[in-house]
Write a protein that binds this ligand. Structure first.
Ligand code: KIV
Length: 265
């Protein structure tokens, strides 16, 4: 089977074919998810919480992202490997270029993801102009949790929704290859997905997005403490981790996940 690339994802969007994304932080899980048909593996900075046991993603540093990306890259066979730029690793375009290059050269990432709207337009322009594929992350941006005062649904008021749509368009124009929207009303995610030529991945953003992503440990039901409403425990009723991941892929592709109870208005 041929490897998944940005072109594959664009074609899937055009054909109305949904794709599945999950986080992976090591070689064994990367290999298992890849074999189960997951198209995009995200080495998310969520590893700070689910692997390192930290309160937020803020303390995660570049060296840790490079380490986990390289580990996941060793297990990945076909999936596209996306890696998060951690907090303050892309505060200027120059710094972003240096750190994105590390994720690709030392980590083996195919695409980097960064949080932010209009403020990241110039950075996205410079990264993509130099051949670095970028996923722009809008909606709830966990690296800003201390400013937001918690993990809250974004884009509920009309002005914020309008701004998010404008940011999405500006990021696409700047060259972003993929957009990820987190914790936003399903209707807004549908509007953004419809307006974009590039694929849109959703988490807590309803069923209209072109692809869906979950934090692996959430969908395996092993995240300690509170689990967000937009996740589902796919281990329920399954005999193995591989079967749970396969059922997630199937549910995303058939549109069975996310259901109404996993979304926001
Ligand atoms: O870090 C991460 O795992 C993420 C997902 C929640 C989208 O950014």
């Amino acid at each position: 089977m041929s490897p998944i690339t940005v072109t594959t994802l664009r074609k899937m969007k055009r054909n109305g074919e949904k794709f599945a994304c999950l986080t992976a932080y090591d070689a064994s899980f990367a290999e298992l998810l890849d074999a189960a048909g997951v198209e995009v593996l995200l080495v998310g900075d969520s590893l700070g919480m689910v692997v390192q046991g930290r309160e937020t993603t803020v303390p995660v540093i570049m060296d840790e992202m490079v380490y986990h990306t390289a580990a996941a890259a060793r297990g990945r066979r076909r999936a596209l490997l996306m890696a998060d730029m951690p907090f303050m690793s892309y505060a200027t375009p120059e710094q972003a270029l240096r750190n994105a290059a590390r994720l690709m050269q030392e980590g083996g990432a195919h695409m980097v993801k960064l949080e932010g709207g209009a403020i990241q337009v110039e950075t996205v322009r410079q990264l993509t102009a130099r051949g670095i594929p970028v996923c722009a992350h809008l909606g709830l941006q966990p690296q800003s949790v201390h400013r937001l005062g918690g993990y809250r649904v974004q884009g509920r008021d009309p002005a914020a929704a309008r701004q998010m749509l404008q940011d999405a368009q500006a990021l696409q124009t700047a060259g972003a290859d993929v957009l990820l929207v987190e914790s936003i009303p399903g209707a807004l995610a549908a509007e953004i997905t419809g307006a974009m030529d590039i694929p849109v991945i959703g988490i807590g953003a309803g069923p209209a997005c072109d692809g869906q992503v979950l934090v692996l440990y959430d969908m395996l039901g092993i995240t300690p403490g509170h689990r967000p409403k937009f996740t589902r425990d796919f281990m329920q009723g399954q005999a193995s981790v591989a079967a749970a991941v396969e059922s997630y892929v199937l549910a995303v592709k058939s549109g069975a996940f996310p259901a109404a109870e996993h979304g926001f208005n």
